[in-house]
Design a protein around this ligand. Structure first.
Ligand SMILES: [Zn+2]
Length: 407
C-alpha cells in the first residue's frame, strides 16, 4: 500500500478529497499531508446547502491533526469556494475542520477531552500547543456549547457570588439547581452583573422559573424584582447564608465578651470561636461535655448561640402559620436580648422575612449547587495560569456549564 492510501485511511479522508502527497520531515518530527480534490460539479453552498459550481480556491491553509506514529501531523489544502445563485461566493464546509480553526475536528475533540481532566497548561504542554492555542480551543468549545443550548424550562435558579483572588474580584454565577449546571457567569456582583442574564432566556423559560435562591444582597434582589413577575413569591433567601449572618453575630458577641473576661483573668472563651459555629452533635464526647458547660454558663456568648439555634429551628417547620408564630416569638426574644449584634441581625431578618418564609413553600437552598461549587473550586485551583477574566469565565462554562462541547 502506498503511503498516500495509508494516510487517506488513517485520516478518514473521503471523496472528492484524496491525499496528493505526503512529506516526512524526520528532523522536525512532522508529517505534512497535502490534500486535493477530484473535479466535482456539485459543491454545497455553506449557507443553504444548494449544489453550486466551483468558483475558485482560497490560498493553501494548514490544520494540525492528531499525531500519527508520534509525528505531528499537519494537513494542507486549498479550500474551494462555491458560487451560489442566492448567497454568492462562499467557502465550502470542510469535513475535517470547523471554518475558522487551525486544527482538525478530531484534534480539537482530543484536546477538549484532556482539558476536562487537566489544567490548560498541562494539556498545552502535552499536545505541543502554545497557551493561546489551547485557550482558543477552549473558548471555541464554549461558544459551540452555548450555541447548542436548548431553551429548557428552569424551575429552580440559584444566584451565587464567587470571590476570586482573595476577594479582590467577584463573579456572579446563575445556576440551574435542578440540572446542577452554571447557566450564566458575569463579572462583579452588581445589579448589572445579574441583569445581563435575563435576556439569555426565552419567554417560556422566564415563565418556567418558580423560585430563585439568593443571598440577601440588594443588587441581586433588585435585578430579580425588575425581571421576574411575582418575584416577591419566588425569591427565597438562602438558609445557609442566613446561618452565616447569625454565626458572624455570635462571633462578634464572643469577641467582645472574651476581651472583658480576659481583662478579669477569665480564659473560658479563648480559642472557642469554631466551637460556637459547629453543631454539638458532630463533636467528640469530651469536647461536647466542655462545650455544654460553656453553653449553660450564662455567658452572653451562650445566649447569642442559643438565639442562633432557635432561629435555625424555623427551617424545620412544615406549615407557615406556626413558623410565622415561631419567628415572632424569636424576634421578640432577640431584640430584648441586650446583645447588640444579635439585635441587629434580628432586625435585618425581620425586614427580609417575607422572602425567608418562602423557604417553606419552595424548600430551596443554594446547597443544591454544591456539586457545581466543587468544580468551581477546582477551576479556581487550576487557575494559576489564567491570564485574564474572560479565561476564567470560559473555564467555568467549560467545566460547569453542562455543555455539548465537541466539534
Ligand atoms: Zn446558498
Amino acid at each position: 500500500m502506498q503511503d498516500r492510501e495509508l494516510y487517506r485511511r488513517i485520516l478518514g479522508i473521503e471523496a472528492p478529497w484524496f491525499v496528493d502527497r505526503v512529506e516526512l520531515k524526520l528532523d522536525g518530527g512532522e508529517v505534512h499531508v497535502y490534500l486535493d480534490h477530484h473535479e466535482m460539479q456539485n459543491w454545497q453552498c455553506a449557507e443553504c446547502g444548494a449544489g453550486c459550481k466551483l468558483y475558485d480556491h482560497q490560498p493553501e491553509r494548514q490544520w494540525r491533526h492528531l499525531d500519527t506514529c508520534q509525528y505531528q501531523t499537519i494537513l494542507h489544502a486549498r479550500p474551494p469556494r462555491s458560487e451560489c445563485s442566492e448567497h454568492g461566493v462562499r467557502v465550502v464546509k470542510l469535513a475535517w475542520a470547523e471554518p475558522s480553526s487551525r486544527f482538525t475536528a478530531l484534534f480539537e475533540a482530543l484536546a477538549i477531552e484532556w482539558l476536562k481532566q487537566a489544567s490548560q497548561s498541562a494539556v498545552a504542554k502535552q499536545m505541543g500547543l502554545s497557551w493561546d492555542e489551547i485557550h482558543h480551543i477552549m473558548e471555541r468549545a464554549v461558544k459551540r456549547g452555548l450555541r447548542r443550548r436548548q431553551a429548557e424550562p428552569i424551575p429552580a435558579l440559584g444566584v451565587d457570588e464567587k470571590a476570586f483572588r482573595r476577594g479582590h474580584r467577584y463573579f456572579t454565577l446563575v445556576n440551574d439547581l435542578a440540572q446542577r449546571r452554571v447557566l450564566y457567569v458575569a463579572e462583579n456582583r452588581t445589579q448589572e452583573s445579574l441583569d445581563g442574564f435575563w435576556s439569555t432566556l426565552s419567554q417560556e423559560q422566564l415563565q418556567s422559573i418558580e423560585a430563585v435562591a439568593l443571598d440577601m444582597w440588594d443588587p441581586y434582589i433588585n435585578s430579580v424584582r425588575a425581571h421576574l413577575k411575582e418575584a416577591g413569591k419566588k425569591i427565597v433567601f438562602d438558609k445557609f447564608h442566613i446561618a452565616k449572618h447569625l454565626g458572624e453575630a455570635v462571633d462578634k458577641v464572643r469577641r467582645r465578651e472574651n476581651k472583658t473576661l480576659r481583662a478579669a483573668g477569665d480564659d473560658r472563651l479563648v480559642g472557642t470561636r469554631y466551637d460556637w459555629l459547629r453543631h454539638p452533635a458532630g463533636m467528640e464526647p469530651e469536647d461536647r461535655r466542655q462545650f455544654s458547660e460553656l453553653r449553660n454558663s450564662g455567658l452572653k456568648t451562650a445566649r447569642a448561640w442559643a438565639l442562633k439555634e432557635a432561629m435555625m429551628a424555623f427551617f424545620s417547620y412544615t406549615y407557615e402559620r406556626p413558623a410565622r408564630k415561631h419567628f415572632r416569638w424569636w424576634f421578640n426574644w432577640a431584640v430584648r436580648s441586650r446583645l447588640g449584634p444579635m439585635k441587629e441581625t434580628a432586625r435585618m431578618l425581620h425586614r427580609r422575612f417575607e422572602n425567608i418564609v418562602t423557604y417553606l413553600k419552595h424548600r430551596l437552598t443554594n446547597a443544591a449547587s454544591e456539586s457545581i461549587n466543587a468544580k468551581v473550586q477546582w477551576v479556581k485551583y487550576t487557575a494559576r495560569g489564567f491570564r485574564n477574566k474572560q479565561n476564567f469565565v470560559d473555564a467555568i462554562y467549560f467545566h460547569c456549564g453542562g455543555l455539548d462541547l465537541t466539534p
